[in-house]
Ligand binder design. Structure first.
Ligand code: ZN
Length: 219
């Protein structure tokens, strides 16, 4: 089983300060085999991290993606080639993602305060490849429970992620995937539901630091 954290942000997200180098080194320390690296509304940190990992940690599988803000909330698209613009309708965003053959994940779906889709997820049920049924930054455990219940009832595969914006968060939410250590095999195994999820809630501190980071990056 591969240990994966599918939700890590780089410094290309306005609320993170993580360099690709620090992400890779921390992931190695945390014994992760696979990392999903996404940024808010830009497809940049993931590809950069993947390129660097090929040089300094060739056994690490990096799956690049983008966490896109739609008019209804956020989705994550892995396996894309170009940035998908923000603030399109949810349907249009799904269409754009599909044009790029994306693997579509709905992060923290029921946490409306953090851009979760809420009930809008019902309209894209058939387009989703996986639901993030555990997110370490969820304010309330009940949001994660609701996500897991939704995914189970609708027979949608589940993954977990830390939603890391700082190094100490990396690996706090994890998914075990029964796959070979390469991107296609991992995504394929998720689609077949060969995952187990777990992790711990990182608490309020990371949220607070994100707030500070946002303030700083505005200057
Ligand atoms: Zn995120």
């Amino acid at each position: 089983m591969l240990k994966c954290d599918f939700h890590i942000h780089t410094r290309y997200s306005p609320d993170s300060n993580l360099s690709p180098d620090l992400i890779i080194k921390t992931a190695i320390k945390k014994k992760l085999d696979v990392i999903g690296v996404v940024d808010h509304d830009i497809f940049k940190g993931g590809p950069e991290t993947k390129k660097l990992a090929a040089k300094i940690a060739p056994s690490m599988v990096v799956i690049p993606g983008e966490e896109i803000k739609t008019l209804s909330g956020e989705i994550i698209a892995f396996g894309i080639q170009n940035t998908i613009p923000r603030k399109l309708t949810l349907r249009k965003t799904i269409e754009e993602a599909k044009k790029q053959n994306a693997f579509i994940v709905v992060p923290h779906p029921f946490e409306k305060i953090r851009q979760g889709l809420g009930n809008a997820i019902l309209g894209i049920k058939d387009d989703i490849d996986a639901v993030e049924a555990f997110n370490s930054r969820c304010f309330l455990g009940s949001f994660n429970k609701k996500a897991l219940k939704f995914a189970t009832e609708n027979n949608i595969p589940v993954i977990a992620g830390s939603d890391s914006h700082f190094d100490y968060e990396i690996g706090s939410g994890y998914t075990y995937v029964d796959a070979e250590p390469d991107e296609n095999s991992v995504l394929d195994a998720i689609k077949k539901g060969r995952t187990e999820i777990g992790g711990k809630i990182t608490g309020l501190k990371p949220h607070f630091r994100t707030f500070i980071q946002k303030r700083l990056s505005r200057d």
